[in-house]
Design a protein around this ligand. Structure first.
Ligand SMILES: [Mn+2]
Length: 389
């Protein structure tokens, strides 16, 4: 009889523990308390997020397949950042990527004494996982002695996880990461200028907040600037799918141009530029304009050319403005084909601007035309007669 009583006590205690475990599991696995606006922040930063073994979703840049039962939820979450946030949350913050460089790039040797760079990243309501994946890829794929620091500039985000949780997270990283806050929504240009002013590397590298740097991305950029500090350099921008987060190599056969509406456009690299490089595709391409999100520039040269047009608002036109400025102030703008950085291209902007996007881009483009285009500005006004004030 004593044995049975003993057994009952053991069973009862075990059951209590089992129920407690189930309760804890259910409580923490369901994110009951998450508000919609805080989506994008994973439940923790434990081992599931930083992966050591590269077997999880999205590794080697593979597309992520969302389970059928989650498709409706996935579509809802897509609206928050205009990319597949659910897929992004499934991928490790330090996922592996393929080496997409041309064979000739993999064996290039760069000088030891390259200038150091500060990486400046502006964000506004960015998702936790895309921002942190950008950061980890910068830190993990840059030689530490070349990376002075990372400066994150928060352009007045409203999401709580981008406040203190972000500051706590970046403290444990092996590279100094500073978080700077704009007091009010200031736009890309003024936020970048603030980040640049707060940084100290000889080179300033601007990146978007949803990028992934690949192996060997930094050295070829810095080598060009060391060779000639009036050279402003862009990597090849690879495409990270906004639907699946698949990593797709960009082409070294396109460069930046513009149309007379002053929209940035990609065009095939012309034969004269192929000839100038004697057909060697691993050599940098001179490009008329840059896409804008990703480039490196010598700090002093940036000052000499007068930085950006700080009168431009929010976003749009600033990439052509700085392109025209570089060429007309005696500099050179290049796409360094041995440097690859991925960027999540979106079909729609998730950002809202006071007065609407159209109005802001028109204003910025008018400034661009009036300052840098002399009589060529007339093409712009003929194509877009409503833009003239
Ligand atoms: Mn972007």
């Amino acid at each position: 009889m004593k044995k049975i009583a003993y057994f009952k006590v053991v069973l009862a205690t075990s059951l209590v523990w089992v129920f407690l475990d189930i309760f804890l599991l259910l409580y923490f696995s369901e994110c009951n308390k998450c508000e919609d606006k805080d989506r994008g922040l994973p439940a923790g930063d434990g081992p599931g997020v930083i992966q050591k073994h590269h077997e999880g979703p999205g590794e080697m840049g593979k597309p992520v397949v969302v389970p059928k039962e989650d498709v409706e939820k996935m579509k809802e979450m897509f609206k928050i950042n205009q990319f597949n946030l659910m897929a992004s949350e499934m991928i490790a913050l330090n996922r592996s990527l393929p080496d997409v460089r041309l064979e000739g790039c993999k064996t290039k040797v760069y000088p030891d004494n390259l200038p150091t760079t500060s990486v400046v990243i502006v964000f506004h309501n960015e998702a936790w996982t895309t921002l942190l994946r950008t950061l980890h890829s910068v830190i993990n794929r840059s030689p530490q002695h070349l990376l002075e620091e990372v400066v994150l500039v928060d352009d007045a985000s409203e999401r709580d996880f981008l406040k203190r949780p972000l500051e706590i997270y970046v403290r444990k990283l092996k590279v100094p990461v500073h978080v700077i806050r704009m007091e009010q929504r200031s736009g890309l240009i003024r936020a970048r200028l603030r980040g640049a002013a707060a940084s100290k590397g000889q080179v300033i590298t601007f990146l978007d907040a949803h990028c992934e740097c690949t192996v060997g991305w930094l050295e070829p950029l810095l080598a060009r600037i060391k060779h000639d500090r009036s050279t402003v350099v862009c990597p090849i921008i690879d495409v990270i799918s906004d639907d699946t987060f698949e990593y797709m190599a960009g082409s070294d056969m396109t460069y930046g141009g513009f149309n007379w509406k002053l929209n940035f456009r990609w065009y095939p690299v012309p034969q004269r530029e192929m000839d100038r490089r004697r057909g060697d595709r691993t050599l940098p391409v001179r490009t008329p304009t840059m896409a804008g999100g990703l480039f490196s520039i010598d700090r002093d040269y940036f000052q000499e050319i007068g930085t950006y047009d700080a009168g431009m608002d929010i976003w749009g036109g600033e990439n052509l403005e700085i392109s025209f400025r570089i060429w007309q102030c005696g500099g050179t703008l290049e796409i360094v084909t041995c440097s690859h950085v991925g960027h999540v291209f979106r079909k729609a902007t998730p950002y809202t601007f006071p007065g609407g996007t159209g109005q802001i881009i028109n204003k910025n483009n008018r400034r661009l035309a009036e300052v840098w285009m002399d009589e060529f500005k007339n093409f712009f006004y003929i194509i877009s007669p409503d833009k003239k004030c």
